[in-house]
Ligand binder design. Structure first.
Ligand code: ADP
Length: 244
């Protein structure tokens, strides 16, 4: 589903990604961990074509872009269509209801009729446990509910790969579980997911593999049990020691 080859990105003099290679099979859940500033968010943003790598190849669901040759806008748009992204904070439109937020991309990007888009929004909001909040506005929802709307909104575009950027880190602790539950359900349905998160419990229960990233490179990857209980690299050990 995802193949990344020698991905680099530079902001001015700062090289943030220093050659990332990564393959992810369909239906797999990958959790990325690593120190703040190691490049995790930047990597997700590259996959979603929100940042333009300085070189490297990204292939998602057979849509391939080689960034070395100054890719065309159309190629980048096609790549972006393959992924959905859930951010640390929800980024919902405050003046739209939850249904309108979920419908937005369907109507504006996919040119779907409003009635059909509303039907899909209703289904997806039901899926994330928010059937009764279809007509509520974001300010009327808890942070956890807002994040679940964010997930429904990402799902609306029918992505082949969902990218989660610390989806629970801005939430009060008692709201984390409901968001992780929705993510686990998606994983069980076979959605391919890349999740940046330090939620060990989620990683242990839902991840097929954990990646440890540091200083712009993937230092180590493996099954959650192996990474958490028996990390091989010194940098991984040090990071995990600090987390506990
Ligand atoms: P992480 O998600 O692992 O905390 P980030 O990907 O957010 O790391 O950031 C990696 C590095 O890239 C940081 O040093 C950050 O300041 C820098 N960075 C990220 N985005 C930009 C940008 N648009 N312009 C300049 N520097 C950036």
């Amino acid at each position: 589903m995802l193949a990344v080859n020698d991905l680099h990105i530079q902001f001015g003099d700062l090289e943030v990604l220093k050659g990332i290679d990564l393959n992810i099979e369909k239906g797999k859940v990958i959790v990325m961990i690593g120190p703040s500033g190691s490049g995790k968010t930047t990597f997700l943003r590259c996959l979603n074509a929100l940042e333009t790598p300085s070189k490297g190849i990204i292939n998602i669901n057979n849509q391939q872009v080689d960034f070395k040759n100054g890719p065309r806008k159309k190629e980048i748009r096609k790549l972006r269509e393959q992924t959905g992204m859930v951010f640390q904070t929800h980024n919902l439109f405050p003046h739209f209801t939850t249904a309108e937020n979920v419908m937005e991309g369907l109507v504006t990007v996919k040119k779907m009729k409003k009635s059909k888009a509303r039907e899909i929004a209703r289904e997806l909001l039901t899926k994330v446990g928010l059937a009764e909040k279809v007509d509520a506005y974001p300010y009327q929802l808890s942070g956890g509910q807002q994040q679940r709307v964010g997930i429904a909104r990402a799902l609306a575009m029918d992505p082949k790969l969902i990218l989660f950027d610390e989806p629970t880190s801005a939430l009060d602790p008692e709201l984390v579980g409901e968001v992780l539950k929705v993510m686990k359900d998606l994983a069980e349905e076979g959605m391919t997911m890349v999740v940046v998160s330090h939620e060990m419990k989620f990683a242990k229960e839902a991840a097929d593999e954990v990646l440890f990233m540091d200083n712009g490179v993937i230092v180590e990857r493996g099954k959650p049990n192996d990474i958490f209980n028996n990390p091989k690299q010194e940098r991984t050990k040090q990071f995990l020691n600090k987390l506990q």
